[in-house]
Design a protein around this ligand. Structure first.
Ligand SMILES: *Cc1c(COP(=O)(O)O)cnc(C)c1O
Length: 487
């Protein structure tokens, strides 16, 4: 590769760019931009044909990609080729139709374009002064969310990097609302997402002050157990201030008894946070809405549009029932931002969370809904739940498979048991090996979990590309592999 390449002659204003090497020639910008668009569209066109996952150890990636920063630049084309050939393929294809692991994500094209557009316009979405149009869109989209949740007019929120940030912001708001008690106690369930537990650590709540409530046979918090724990802690001189419930656990899709927990939280004066990062958008499906009843009773709710609202990473959200309590915890207006106070009607989103400099994430959702309509999003959510139900049905019919938790939302947990059933002590090993072989074959990306002492295979169905035929194919492969290993 030649060290020097002829550079663009002039930028858009006619200034020579040869000595201003961070500026690009407009025609070069177009060409490389189209190249990137082509790469994405080409990828989408054949997404299901390649493996669902590829990864490599450091000994492979390092010789390929590690190196010192070059002192002088080079044309984009060969560098983009390296990125497209050696970097991007070594990753899970999270939007692959048979990527059923963890919580998949399949962003809509409009939302991807919005991300690109916003970066190109370099929006500073921290204050109304610096982004009134974008701030209006964030107000509008969080207003949509408010209505979907069934929250009152006092509610509001903000976009975040994801559920982890939303959980942290909520917990800090809860802690501040309680007057930051020295001996504050937070209640979570055994099934609560690790990010909520970590949020407590970040917020200065020592691990010994995070109580893991036991769950019932279907992995739900037992409200009477919460009440007893609160009473016990009060007697012991602690200051219970927050309970975190789940509207769709990551593990099993379980929805806690939201309304009953609200009742206990209300009686005991606890801030009630609901982690709906995974499951929250299922409120849009009329058949599922009743299962999420009580979601509107949380003091705060975490949502992840980058999961079940078909947005690219990082698109998370926190909604707070009384947004004034959020701003009470996060407001900042240093002297150098004094010009940025336009009055209460004009939200400065930096006053609602961790970030001052923020990108304009709300546009992704807004553009996606404008382009495809809310109905298309709603139908995709409903379709995934139907497919998960159908999958659980098939698993129950197959004598060699065993459902390990009731299908909830898009999550199905199960294992191979064989017929005649394999010895119980070998089932964990057997299923681990099945998972390994399926992942290595590339046919699907599967993750596992532990339910009690059982190693469980787990499907999370969410992707707009996943069809019944995809799921059947993976189940067939699991059966075939199981038989082979169990022979
Ligand atoms: C994914 C998830 C989180 C973490 O969210 P990120 O967007 O990964 O930061 C928190 N809680 C639940 C229930 C989740 O599913």
């Amino acid at each position: 590769m030649k060290a020097e390449q002829p550079r663009a002659a002039a930028d858009a204003r006619g200034t020579p760019t040869s000595d201003r090497s961070l500026l690009e020639d407009p025609e070069e910008m177009r060409l490389s931009g189209y190249r990137v668009v082509d790469a994405i569209v080409d990828r989408w066109a054949i997404l299901g044909e390649g493996p669902a996952w590829r990864g490599a150890a450091r000994e492979v990636t390092e010789p390929l990609l590690h190196g010192p920063p070059p002192e002088s630049g080079q044309p984009l084309e060969p560098v983009l080729e390296t990125v497209l050939q050696d970097v991007m393929p070594l990753a899970g294809r999270i939007d692959h139709p048979r990527f059923l692991a963890f919580i998949p994500s399949s962003p809509s094209w409009a939302s991807v374009l919005a991300s690109f557009l916003v970066n190109g316009f370099n929006v500073f979405q921290g204050t109304w002064l610096e982004s009134s149009g974008p701030s209006q869109i964030e107000v509008t989209v969080t207003e949509w969310f408010r209505e979907w949740l069934g929250y009152p007019r006092t509610a509001g929120g903000l976009f975040t990097s994801g559920g982890s940030a939303a959980n942290l912001i909520a917990l800090v708001a809860a802690r501040e609302a309680a007057g930051n008690p020295r001996s504050g106690i937070v209640y979570v369930s055994e099934q609560t997402h690790a990010s909520a537990v970590r949020a407590a650590r970040i917020a200065g709540i020592h691990g010994t002050r995070v109580r893991h409530l036991p769950v019932d046979a279907e992995f739900r918090i037992v409200p009477s157990g919460l009440r007893e724990a609160v009473h016990r802690d009060r007697e012991d001189g602690f200051a219970p201030f927050c309970v975190i419930a789940n509207a769709g656990t990551t593990n099993t899709g379980t929805i806690d008894p939201l309304a009953e927990i609200a009742h206990v939280a209300d009686e005991e004066g606890l801030w009630y946070h609901i982690d709906a990062a995974y499951g929250g958008f299922a409120v849009l499906d009329a058949n599922t809405r009743p299962l999420l009843s009580g979601l509107e009773l949380g003091d705060s709710v975490s949502l992840d549009p980058h999961k079940w609202f078909f947005q690219p990473y990082e698109t998370g959200c926190l909604m707070v029932r009384d947004v004034a309590r959020l701003e009470a915890a996060f407001r900042m207006l240093p002297e150098y931002l004094q010009d940025a106070d336009w009055g209460p009607e004009h939200v400065n989103f930096c006053d609602r969370g961790l970030q001052l400099t923020r990108t304009f994430r709300a546009l992704r959702v807004w553009l996606s809904v404008q382009r495809y309509g809310l109905d298309a999003h709603r139908r995709e959510i409903a379709r995934a739940i139907e497919l998960a139900k159908r999958t659980a049905g098939r698993i129950q019919e197959e004598a060699e498979l065993e459902l390990l938790s009731p299908q909830s939302l898009g999550v199905v947990c199960f294992r191979y048991i064989g017929r005649p059933a394999a010895a119980p002590h070998s089932l964990n090993e057997l299923n681990r090996e099945i998972q390994n072989r399926i992942v290595q074959s590339g046919v699907a990306m599967l993750s596992s979990t532990r339910l009690g002492r059982a190693f469980s295979l787990r499907f999370c169905i969410l992707n707009t590309r996943t069809t019944a035929a995809d799921v059947d194919l993976v189940i067939d492969e699991i059966l075939r592999t199981g038989r082979e290993l169990n022979a």
